[in-house]
Design a protein around this ligand. Structure first.
Ligand code: M6R
Length: 615
C-alpha cells in the first residue's frame, strides 16, 4: 500500500528514485511523484496521476537535479487518484515536502486546527495535513526539523511511514514509522536509501536497518545516522544484511511477473520444504515449533489468522491440522477477528499467515492475540517483515519476492510449509503414525516434480481460457481440501480479470447458488479422486442437468467426470492432503490467460495493491 523511496548521497537522486518507484509500483499505482532539492536549495515537486511511466513522461527531458530526494507511488485512501492528491505534499510555505504510507486517523481534527491557523490545504489527503502540521510545529516552537517531526507525531493518531525533505536542510532526510514498514539502506560513500521494503534498495546496498514503530531517523550527508523514538529515547541502529538478489526482482523473459511466479512454483515449493523434511532420516524439523514444543504439545486449539489468499492457505491448514494433528482449529479473517472481542486463551497457538508480513489487519490481530497471552507462530515470505519480527517464532516460506499483485507462488509455498508444520506436529504428538508420516513426506517431496508436469499443460489451459474469457460470472466448487482451492480459484479470477466469481463448497450449491446455473454460467469443479469424489460427481450432474458449462479438474485417467464435463484438466494422483498444491495451478493459469484475453493489467489490477498496510 503506497511505496516510499528516498535517497541522500553523492549521486543524482532522480534516476534512483524513478528506478525505486518502478520496483515499488506493485504497492500502488494510482499516482507517482518525487521531490528533489535542486542546487541543494530549491524544492522541486513533480507528480502525476497514474503509473510511474506517466510521471516520467510528464518530466520529459527536464529531469530534476539534486543529490537528495523522495518519491512515492500511491494507493489512494483519502481523495481520488489525481495530480493534486498525489504525493509528495508540501507544507504551506513550500519549503518542506512529505511522502507518507498509512492513514492519519485524526486528520480531520488536525485539518480543522490548521485551517483555523490560516493554513490553506489544497488536496483531500491526510498526508498534506501531516506536512502542514509538521511545518506548524516548526513555526510555533522553533524546533529543529527532527524534533519538530517527533513533536508533531506525538499528536498524530494512526499509521505512518513517512519521509520529510526540507529545502532549508539539504543535507538531511528525516524518516519515521508507526505500523507501516520502512527500511533504511546504508550504502557506501555516506549515502542513505529509504524504502517501504528492500526492493528499491538492494541494487545499491545489502545493509539495511528496519525502523521500528515510533522511531524517527535523521540521515545526514556526512554519513551520520541518528534514531530516536518520538518519546526522545536514543536507539542504536542495528544493521541487517539482506539476501535479496536483483535477478529475483526481474521478469526474466516472461511477459508478466504473475506468469513468471506461476512457473517458479516447482522451485519455490522445493525451497520451502528443503531441510524441513528428511526422508532418509524419517524425520522432519521445524525449529520454530521444536524450540517451543511445550506450548505446541499442550495446545488446546490452533487459531489461524490471515487475509485474502493467505486466509485460503489457512483454510487448507485447518484440514491439515485437524486431520493430521487432531488439534481443533479455527480460521479467522484477521480483519474480523480484531474487532470481535475474541476469546483467546494462553493455551491457544496462533498461526499468522502473510506473504508480505506487513498486512495491517493481520499485524493488529497478532498484537491482540499476544496481549491476551497466546503463543504466535508466523508463516511469512518477506524476511525481516513486521509480522516475522513480531511473532514469537515462525517458519519462512522461501518463495522469493512475489511482485505480481495476485498471489500465486506465495500460496503454494504457504500450503507446503503448513503441510510440513501439521505433519511435524502430528508426528511428534503421535496422532500421525510413522507409516502415514513417511508416505506424506515422500509425497510432498515429489510435489515440485508433479507441479512441473501440471505446468506442461499450460497450453491446453490457454485454449480453454478462450471459451470462458467472455463470461460475466463464474462459480468455483470443491469439497474437503479442495474447498479452499475453489475459493482461491475464484479470487484469482475476479482480482485480475474483473469477472465476478464465487467459490463455494460443492455441496452448498444446492442451498442457493444453483439458482445461478444456466447455459451462460461457467462452473469450475475440482473433482479429484479423493474421499468426496462421488459426492462431487453428483454435484457435477446437477449442474449438467441445468445446462451449466463445466470445467473439471480431475485426477489423471478419470473417465467418469470426463464424460460429464465440457472440459477437463488432469492432475497427477496424490494424497488428498497434498492435492491443493496441484489443483490450484491450473486455476492460476486459467485466470492469467482470461485476464490477458480481456485486456486486463495482470500484474497491477485496478484498485488493488500488493501489500495492504492500511485497515
Ligand atoms: O501479504 P499478505 O499475504 O498478508 O496479503 C494478504 C492479502 O492481501 C493477499 O493475499 C491478497 O488477497 C492477494 N491480492 C491475493 O491474490
Amino acid at each position: 500500500m503506497c511505496g516510499i523511496v528516498g535517497y541522500l548521497g553523492p549521486k543524482q537522486a532522480y534516476p534512483i528514485l524513478i528506478d525505486g518507484l518502478k520496483r515499488l509500483e506493485y504497492r500502488g499505482y494510482d499516482s507517482a511523484g518525487i521531490a528533489t532539492l535542486e542546487d541543494k536549495a530549491t524544492l522541486r515537486i513533480e507528480k502525476k496521476q497514474g503509473k510511474v511511466a506517466n510521471l516520467e513522461a510528464h518530466v520529459g527531458n527536464e529531469k530534476p537535479k539534486g543529490t537528495v530526494g523522495i518519491g512515492h507511488t500511491r494507493w489512494a485512501t483519502h481523495g481520488p487518484p489525481n495530480d493534486i492528491n498525489a504525493h509528495p505534499h508540501a507544507g504551506g510555505q513550500g519549503h518542506l515536502a512529505v511522502i507518507h504510507n498509512g492513514i492519519i486517523e485524526n486528520y480531520e481534527a488536525l485539518r480543522e486546527l490548521l485551517t483555523h491557523r490560516g493554513h490553506n490545504l489544497v488536496s483531500e489527503t491526510d498526508t498534506e495535513v501531516l506536512a502542514h502540521f509538521i511545518e506548524e510545529v516548526q513555526l510555533t516552537t522553533g524546533l529543529d526539523l527532527p524534533d519538530a517531526v517527533r513533536t508533531a507525531l506525538k499528536e498524530v493518531v494512526g499509521a505512518y511511514a513517512l519521509v520529510v525533505l526540507d529545502q532549508r536542510h539539504p543535507d538531511r532526510l528525516i524518516a519515521a514509522r508507526k505500523s507501516s514498514p520502512l527500511v533504511i539502506g546504508v550504502g557506501q560513500d555516506n549515502e542513505f536509501f529509504v524504502g517501504s521494503d528492500a526492493t528499491p534498495i538492494v541494487a545499491y546496498t545489502k545493509n539495511v536497518i528496519y525502523l521500528e514503530d515510533e522511531e524517527v531517523a535523521t540521515m545526514h550527508r556526512s554519513g551520520e545516522l541518528t534514531i530516536r523514538t518520538i518519546g526522545d529515547a536514543v536507539v542504536t541502529p542495528e544493521i541487517h544484511a539482506i539476501e535479496l538478489e536483483m535477478a529475483s526482482l526481474e521478469k526474466a523473459g516472461y511477459d508478466h511477473f504473475m506468469l513468471k511466479e506461476i512457473f517458479e512454483q516447482p522451485k519455490s515449493i522445493r525451497d520451502s520444504i528443503r531441510g524441513r523434511i528428511r526422508i532418509h532420516a524419517g524425520e522432519s524439523t521445524v525449529s520454530g515449533v521444536d524450540d517451543h514444543w511445550e506450548v505446541w504439545s499442550q495446545a488446546k486449539r490452533i487459531l489461524i489468522l490471515g487475509c485474502g489468499t493467505s486466509w485460503h492457505a489457512g483454510l487448507v491448514a485447518e484440514y491439515l491440522f485437524e486431520g493430521l494433528a487432531r488439534i481443533p482449529v479455527e480460521v479467522e479473517y484477521a480483519s474480523e477477528f480484531r474487532y470481535r472481542n475474541p476469546i483467546v486463551r494462553s493455551d491457544d497457538v496462533v498461526v499468522a499467515i502473510s506473504q508480505s508480513g506487513e498486512t495491517a489487519d493481520t499485524l493488529a490481530a497478532i498484537r491482540l492475540a499476544k496481549d491476551q497471552g497466546a503463543h504466535v507462530f508466523g508463516v511469512c515470505n518477506v524476511v525481516g517483515s513486521s509480522i516475522a519480527r513480531e511473532t514469537h517464532a515462525g517458519a519462512y516460506t522461501h518463495a522469493g519476492p512475489e511482485i505480481g499483485v495476485a498471489s500465486t507462488k506465495a500460496f503454494t509455498a504457504q500450503v507446503a510449509v503448513l503441510t510440513v508444520l501439521a505433519m511435524h506436529v502430528g508426528h511428534r504428538l503421535g496422532t500421525l503414525e510413522d507409516q502415514q508420516f513417511m508416505r506424506l513426506m515422500t509425497g510432498l517431496d515429489n510435489i515440485p516434480g508433479l507441479v512441473e508436469k501440471v505446468l506442461d499443460n499450460a497450453g491446453i489451459i490457454e485454449h480453454i481460457a478462450k471459451k470462458f474469457a467472455g463470461s460475466d460470472n463464474a462459480l468455483y466448487l470443491g469439497r474437503g481440501y479442495q474447498f479452499p482451492v475453489a475459493l482461491e480459484g475464484a479470487l484469482k479470477l475476479k482480482e485480475i480479470s474483473y469477472i465476478h466469481a464465487e467459490g463455494y463448497p460443492a455441496a452448498e450449491m444446492k442451498h442457493g447458488p444453483i439458482a445461478l446455473i444456466d447455459e451462460a454460467m461457467p462452473v469450475v469443479f475440482i473433482a479429484t479422486q479423493d474421499e468426496v469424489y462421488e459426492k462431487v460427481v453428483s454435484n457435477i450432474q446437477e449442474v449438467k442437468a441445468r445446462g451449466g458449462q463445466i470445467l473439471a479438474i480431475v485426477t489423471e485417467g478419470d473417465s467418469k467426470v470426463r464424460s460429464l464435463a465440457d472440459h477437463v484438466l488432469e492432475i497427477p494422483k496424490v494424497d488428498d492432503a497434498l492435492a491443493p498444491l496441484l489443483t490450484v495451478i491450473p486455476m492460476q493459469i486459467l485466470s492469467y490467460h482470461i485476464a490477458l484475453m480481456r485486456g486486463c493489467d495482470v500484474d497491477q489490477p485496478r484498485n488493488l495493491a500488493k501489500s495492504v498496510t492500511v485497515e
